[in-house]
Write a protein that binds this ligand. Sequence first.
Ligand code: SF4
Ligand code: ZN
Length: 295
Amino acid sequence: MKCKICKDKAEIYLRSYNLALCREDFIHFFERKVKRSIEQWKMFTRKEKILVAVSGGKDSLGLLHLLGKLGYDVTGYYINLGIDGYSDVSQNKVKEFSRSSGIMILIEDVRVSWGTGIGDLAKKVRRPPCSLCGMVKRYLMNRAAVEFDAMATGHNQDDETATLLGNLLRWDKGYLARQSPVLKEKRGLKKRVKPLSFITERESAAYALMEGIDYIMEECPLAKGATSLFYKGILNQLEEKMPGTKSRFLKGFLEYQRNHPLIEEEEELVACKRCGSLTTSEVCNFCRLEDKIKS
Ligand code: SF4
Ligand code: ZN
């Protein structure tokens, strides 16, 4: 198969575009697509300081690499969640990336303050690991983002469509109202952006490989049985039969949402008595968790 642009040997075939591309033209295609999302959704400018959350995986490291390459002011942020056989490997990938790219990455380790990882902690407090992990990551990221203008994550189109499907199946209006590639700064939370929202998992993996990024290939072992993986499987089956389904599903929703915005019911927020972050109760979930750990 030949590259549609330069007629050299194609390295990748993108079925939903019916497009075969060589390495160089694919990289160009990918970077232009992300740049267009950043501009169309007015995510950020080169004057803003962006904190990019990295996990050591292809999406987040690829995003940090790409934003650095495009000249944005980026810093990485990594949380070691103390997950056996996974976190230390991912931290090494992140450190190696920082060393070779020259991009600074801030590193936090939950075991330093809690003496244990997220898996053990979830058992202790009897919560599903991903829900506890999500809460902890959100809190720590918001705290780390204080000195930045925006917080970027590497969620790709497969992540976003799986989340959308889950939110629709539950008719979760609050989450649906907030599902967007960009969430403006609001109520003490920094602007949140997802520049890879329209990039497929496969495109993201191909970009990381072609750009020589060494990332962790294994999934987090605690993700086993997570409903998001089940939704991804269903969406993959749909995509297989009807190429372009995921993209139409997500873009259609965002278009509808733009014309008929769902209004998020806003609970009253107060400052957490311990840490001062905005919360709906006297003491925020994170501080309550810390109390439980101590007792
Ligand atoms: Fe955390 Fe779950 Fe993601 Fe693992 S899969 S990093 S536990 S949210
Ligand atoms: Zn608190």
